[in-house]
Design a binder for this molecule. Structure first.
Ligand code: SAM
Length: 465
């Protein structure tokens, strides 16, 4: 690891006291590897050691080549640093997750916390997963589609745009861009880019983000704030600033002290600190704040005059594809040009509001493109937990074929026909192909394809085996 900046070391010495040498030593060690499993897709038990603060996180003994594991591309799991999974405790301990909620993940890409939130909230809750940087928003949309829960809208907006949705969200996660001290062990570039001036800039930017987005939180709503850095300016001091500025109260979380998480109390706010010598995970900070006041009952005007942005799918078009989805009556069927997509019926009003006010780059589950009688299933349907497989011919690929498919190369299935085929690996859908006689057209999305050079030998088994 690169030489650590002196001012950083001095501060960590002050914060950690007698634990500082252990901390220094831990920074020289290889970071642990962890994954979070998509239990809506993968239900078997795993013989792996568990991340203590989540029901779905596991440590791996070593870092495999994730890219060469088709189950990653199938959305059966997500590779995520373990400390970040503590968001689950913040959510479970402060909010009734059986309720229908509006949840915002403001700084969403690449999607670690968003996919986690999508798994934790109920089916009739809406997650708005936002990312301000355009190309990162596309990666976020890809990961959301792979996760397949269908109740997420991915937006590409600046935090200030959320002022257009006043008091809309019950929960807001702000995993803020930060100076990245907690990433020093994993990412030498984080050390290179670090400076005291940047810490100050980051802290100011975080305050700006928080104050811009704050009005979108309902009175009584919950803010989960996190960073991957340790300096107090970006963490406790920012939360104390928020408490004073916006009338928010700090919320205490309970947890097993054996987990090694350090509870910090400063300026009247509580924070939770993750250090690599005390937990199996990277550097992380999290705090939970509640906005003063009480939420009012939701009231959407259902008057006839309301003009929706989301247009219902044409009857003919819907009839062609509705059986591709399990329980089609549970969904609003929406059409934009030739694309048909679904949003859970109960979320229609809220989703429409978001479509009116923000720039949505991906929403719900894209099901199909329909032009006349020609229908084409879309990639997110293949990965959706609501896909009705019974409507399709399926074909199980072996590992080599699966990797070829995911690289968008030609594959030969030895079949003959003219239908759409759902290609799977070990029963997990990967995407679509179209048979044309004995040939097959590969419909895997170009932007999603595996680009890495292949090793001489492929891994023998999946991470989940
Ligand atoms: C720590 S990362 C988020 C990681 C993500 N929550 C996850 O778990 O995968 C912070 C994100 O904030 C975005 N960002 C950068 N500047 C921002 C700003 N001014 N306002 C909002 N988000 C910003 C970055 O592009 C980045 O994707």
């Amino acid at each position: 690891m690169a030489q650590l900046p002196e001012t950083f070391e001095t501060r960590m010495q002050r914060i950690l006291g007698a634990d500082f040498p252990d901390f220094q030593q831990a920074l020289q060690q290889t970071p642990p590897v962890s994954i979070r499993v998509n239990k809506q897709k993968y239900t078997a038990d795993l013989n792996l050691s568990k991340v203590p603060w989540t029901d779905t996180g596991y440590y791996l003994a070593e870092r495999p080549s994730f890219t060469l594991d088709p189950l990653l591309h199938a959305g059966a799991y997500y590779v995520q640093e373990a400390s970040s999974m503590f968001v689950e405790q913040a959510l479970k301990q402060t909010i009734d997750l059986d309720q229908p909620l509006h949840v915002l993940d403001l700084c969403g890409a690449p999607g670690g916390k968003s996919t986690h939130l999508a798994s934790l909230i109920s089916k009739d809750s809406l997650l708005v997963s936002n990312e301000v940087i355009k190309n990162r928003a596309s990666i976020l949309a890809e990961n959301i589609a792979k996760w397949g829960t269908g109740n997420v809208l991915v937006t590409n907006n600046d935090p200030r745009d959320f002022g257009r949705l006043p008091e809309f969200f019950d929960v807001m996660v702000v995993d803020a861009p930060c100076s990245g001290e907690g990433m020093f062990r994993k990412d030498p570039q984080a050390v290179e880019e670090w400076s005291e001036e940047n810490v100050v800039l980051c802290a100011r930017r975080q305050q700006r983000i928080l104050s811009e987005v704050w009005q979108a939180l309902k009175p009584g709503g919950i803010l989960i704030y996190s960073t991957c850095t340790w300096n107090e300016a970006e963490n406790e001091e920012n939360m104390a600033w928020l408490a004073e500025q916006e009338n928010a109260e700090s919320i205490k979380l309970n947890f097993d002290t054996g987990w090694g998480i350090v509870r910090s109390e400063m300026l009247g706010v509580e924070g939770y600190r993750f250090y690599p010598h005390a937990v199996q995970g990277e550097g992380f900070f999290l705090a939970v704040m509640r906005k003063a006041g009480q939420a009012e009952e939701e009231s959407y005007s259902t008057g006839k005059k309301k003009k929706y942005k989301l247009q219902e799918a044409g009857k003919k078009e819907k009839a062609l594809v509705q059986n591709w989805v399990l329980n089609p009556e549970d969904f609003a069927w929406i059409q934009h040009n030739e694309t048909i997509f679904t949003i859970p019926q109960d979320l229609f009003e809220a989703a429409d509001e978001v479509y009116q006010k923000l720039y949505v780059v991906y929403g719900g589950t894209q099901v199909a493109e329909v032009a006349g009688k020609k229908v084409k299933p879309l990639q997110p349907l293949a990965l959706s937990q609501y896909l009705n497989k019974a409507e399709f011919n399926t074909f199980d690929l072996d590992l080599e074929q699966a990797i070829r498919y995911l690289r968008k190369e030609d594959i030969n299935l030895g079949t003959n026909g003219s239908d759409w085929v759902l290609l799977q690996y070990k029963g997990f859908p990967l995407g679509w192909a179209k048979q044309i006689g004995n040939r097959i057209n590969n419909y895997y999305p170009k932007e999603w394809r595996i680009r890495m050079d292949l090793p001489n030998e492929l891994p023998e088994k999946s991470v989940l085996e």
